[in-house]
Write a protein that binds this ligand. Structure first.
Ligand SMILES: Nc1ncnc2c1ncn2[C@@H]1O[C@H](COP(=O)(O)OP(=O)(O)OP(=O)(O)O)[C@@H](O)[C@H]1O
Length: 315
């Protein structure tokens, strides 16, 4: 069952059409990356999902409940991490989380247990008494995530959570996302940095000017339209005679010599055929032809290049 169903939503600000007929759904346990350039409409979409903005038309259902008809119930199901930190001066980390825990209606032992769990999960237990305005960017993001987790929501909507993080903090954040996925949470994460989401998410949704332009897995995108086939870099033993003989019998494979004894082969195949099977067949055929293969690896396109291609196709 889809936990989130977004059905043809529109939202304009004056003459700016921020979201323009967007539809998508998110299944339980999915980690969906929401990608688009600055101003593409990501934050507006997310704000509508978490009941902070009202669509001009269209509908959003969370766990089969319309967000406009059931805002209170929906808010309990969603943890929202905005792209800016609304900190309070003179509050330390524990006070901050405790304040929100009380706002969520958590009481007594349950509140204490939830705070302990979140402080441990986000590694902020050692910083519990640190004033919020004295945290690093990475620590602040972890605090924001902790706040979003207070109500133990089913779904987490995270707006640009990794923006401005250094590589170490980004890895730490990615690990937290994985742990949340292991706990069965459903995540919807926005970014304009594709590579960041490609590693974290099992599904990607691309928007441009408020419209969906593509959706699929990171892998499907990396190999999307890769010149109508697969590209493999390989190196083999000997003078290359066996390879040349093998190649002469392969009508669907072309090879180019690269530096360092590397060969680049391009395998054309029917789009409906599983590309992993095509690779397996190629390897089997090389082995049968007694070509001694030392290296064999598929070339992935950068997600950014694939995205630029998709946008190019639309224009
Ligand atoms: N409250 C508002 N008033 C007027 N225009 C707005 C408002 N909120 C968003 N917009 C406009 O709507 C468009 C989409 O903005 P939105 O913040 O949803 O994009 P985004 O993809 O999240 O961008 P970014 O990555 O820069 O955060 C932009 O042109 C923005 O200027």
């Amino acid at each position: 069952m889809s936990l989130v169903e977004v059905d043809s939503i529109y939202r304009a600000f004056g003459n700016v059409q921020a979201v323009n007929g967007l539809s998508f759904s998110i299944d339980q346990g999915q980690i969906v990356g929401f990608i688009g350039a600055n101003g593409a409409g990501k934050t507006t979409t997310m704000r509508m999902m978490v009941t902070l903005e009202v669509p001009d038309s269209g509908a959003i259902r969370i766990c089969d409940m319309d967000v406009l008809d059931h805002p209170r119930e929906v808010r309990k199901l969603i943890g929202w991490m905005p792209d800016h930190f609304g900190g309070y001066p003179n509050m330390d980390v524990l006070e901050y989380l405790d304040f929100y825990a009380r706002a969520f209606g958590l009481k007594g032992k349950e509140r204490r247990r939830q705070l302990d769990d979140i402080l441990a999960f986000t590694d902020l237990d050692v910083l519990a008494e640190r004033p919020c305005d004295r945290l690093s960017k990475g620590q602040t993001q972890r605090l924001c995530l902790g706040r979003a987790l207070l109500s133990d929501p089913e779904i987490l909507v995270l707006d640009e959570p990794a923006a401005g993080l250094d590589p170490k903090a980004r890895i730490e954040f990615k690990n937290l996302v994985r742990l949340l996925a292991d706990r069965g949470k459903t995540l919807f994460i926005s970014s304009h940095i594709l590579s960041e989401l490609g590693e974290m998410c099992n599904h990607l949704l691309f928007i441009d000017q408020g419209r969906q332009v593509h959706q699929g897995t990171a892998d499907s995108l990396k190999y999307h339209k890769a010149e109508g086939g697969l590209t493999v870099r390989m190196r083999c033993n000997g003078d290359g005679l066996r390879f040349d003989q093998w190649l002469a019998g392969q009508t669907h494979i072309k090879a180019t010599k690269k530096d360092d004894d590397m060969l680049e082969i391009h395998i054309t195949h029917d789009d409906n055929k599983d590309s992993c099977l095509v690779l397996a067949e190629t390897i089997r055929s090389l082995v049968e032809a007694k070509v001694e293969v030392f290296e064999f690896h598929r070339i992935e396109r950068r997600l950014e290049d694939a995205f630029v291609d998709i946008l190019g196709d639309l224009n």
